[in-house]
Design a protein around this ligand. Structure first.
Ligand code: GDG
Length: 450
């Protein structure tokens, strides 16, 4: 591996005590291990677009940041990144908002960042760019003269060539990607979709070993499933479970948990409907099971996110209205972040986790839940077939989140699962997530980058 520094670049550098996003969690663990610099936007807005990165003090590793202007935040971040790329990459082309000023702001911010990075990077540094906000960064770095090895990791799924054509500039996306030495995807399905797009839409040629040749460059596209520090998380859960506030866990009542940023990709309304269907079918479970759904808000102000909050609140209200009594409310819907330690304790105290996104790059909650369990009496993971994690975790109870009846049955099966089955499934899942942990993920990518 090269001797240079590892420069990680993502839309946002982390701040605050309770980061609730998968990218932040994964990269934080990597940089703690390897050192290096994390570069991204500061989260503050500036009057005018600056032309230099500034150091951000504090924190366990070096961080550098730049501020977006209000217009850039509107058009680059909320606009192109979160109202074009995010819905498209999650199969929600119906939610795309295509506007020329979104795309041009997206390119401008990436170009500006490339120029600022050029002043910071040294020839031996390896640059690891993260996520859909920064797809063209390598192209602009190359145009500014960077000869470094540059890798890209996409935290979301990648669309099929047919779906990608819903973008105004699909061939250009393939050109952007061809400027990286390595393009990492979460799952095999995404790597296949990306290679197919590079060939069908970008005019590239497929070579052996996952390489694609495009515009005289060779780029390797492969799956590197993102992961967690499972051992550390297990220790955290072990120590936190006894610190949970009293009354959360009741001996006579089973606990089911869901933890998702409140995003329309996460399938929370579908999950609530399935739980409603389960309660309809199984009166004997009334008062003996409750669902705790923790959903911190994100991307507030974007219409689709306001809508999903309203829909979720309405559904949980309807189900509680129908079934609750003075001693029991079937659903507790928490629309704010909770501390990471508390989450770990809650996972361990839960009997079932519902991780049922409609589409997800990986889903770290699935892995955190498994890591947190007591191996002698583990809970059951219900996992969507559309989470990238399903490729690695076939011993979960796999469901189709669109199929309410099947999910209601899966809830029943999971609540009633005999200990011997729970232990077998948990042991198999735990083995994978301990072996393929965050350091395996990051080492795998960095080795591929060279
Ligand atoms: C993207 C991709 C991919 C959630 N609520 C709270 C909280 N969280 C933490 C969880 C977990 C993380 O946030 C969420 O990670 P996910 O992977 O589930 O989902 P995304 O945020 O959508 O992440 C995803 C990931 O990137 C990594 O590549 O897996 O597919 O969409 O760690 O525990 N943390 C705290 N309070 C909360 O209320 N402290």
């Amino acid at each position: 591996m090269s001797k240079g520094r590892l420069i990680c670049v993502s839309n946002r550098i982390p701040s605050g005590p309770n980061p609730s996003g998968g990218l932040v969690v994964a990269l934080h663990d990597t940089l703690l291990e390897t050192g290096g610099i994390w570069i991204g936007t500061s989260g503050k807005l500036a009057e005018t677009a600056g032309n230099a990165l500034h150091e951000v003090e504090g924190g366990p590793f070096r961080r550098m940041a730049f501020d977006l202007t209000e217009q850039e935040q509107e058009n680059y971040y909320f606009g192109f990144s979160n109202q074009v790329l995010w819905p498209l990459f999650h199969g929600r082309t119906d939610l795309m908002e295509i506007h020329a000023e979104y795309l041009s702001a997206y390119k401008d911010v990436n170009r500006r960042l490339a120029k600022m990075l050029i002043d910071v990077i040294e020839p031996d540094d390896r640059i690891w760019v993260h996520d859909y906000h920064l797809l063209p960064l390598a192209l602009y770095l190359r145009q500014a003269g960077a000869k470094n090895r540059i890798g890209f990791f996409l935290h979301t799924p990648f669309p099929t060539p047919l779906a990608l054509q819903a973008m105004p500039n699909a061939p250009e996306v393939c050109e952007w990607l061809s400027n990286y030495e390595v393009v990492g995807m979460q799952a095999e399905r995404d790597a296949r979709a990306c290679i197919a797009s590079m060939i069908e839409l970008g005019g590239g040629e497929e070579l052996a070993g996952g390489f694609v040749q495009l515009n005289n460059r060779q780029c390797r596209i492969a799956a590197f499933p993102v992961a967690i520090d499972a051992t550390e998380f297990r220790t955290l859960a072990e120590s936190e479970v006894d610190k949970l506030p009293r009354g959360i866990v009741k001996p006579e009542r089973r606990l089911m948990i869901g933890v998702d940023r409140l995003d329309y990709t996460k399938g929370v309304p579908q999950r609530f409907k399935a739980f409603g269907e389960f309660l309809e079918r199984h009166e004997e479970w009334h008062r003996h099971v409750s669902m705790l759904q923790i959903s911190p808000p994100t991307r507030e102000g974007v219409e689709a996110y306001d809508n999903i909050r309203e829909e979720t609140e309405l559904l949980s209200g309807q189900i509680n209205g129908r079934y609750a009594d003075i001693q029991w409310a079937p659903i507790r819907f928490i629309n704010r972040p909770v501390p990471r330690e508390t989450l770990a304790g809650l996972y361990r105290a839960s009997d079932v986790a519902l991780v049922t996104p409609l589409m997800d790059g990986m889903n770290l909650v699935a892995k955190e839940f498994i890591a947190a369990q007591d191996p002698a009496d583990p809970g059951v993971l219900i996992l969507s077939q559309f989470a990238g994690a399903a490729e690695q975790m076939p011993d979960a109870v796999i469901v189709n989140p669109h199929d309410t009846e099947q999910m209601a049955t899966a809830i029943m099966t999971s609540l009633a699962m005999p200990l011997v089955d729970r232990k077998r499934r948990h042991a198999a899942l735990m083995e994978t997530i301990v072996k393929k942990d965050v350091s395996w993920w990051s080492k795998g990518f960095r080795t591929a980058l060279g």
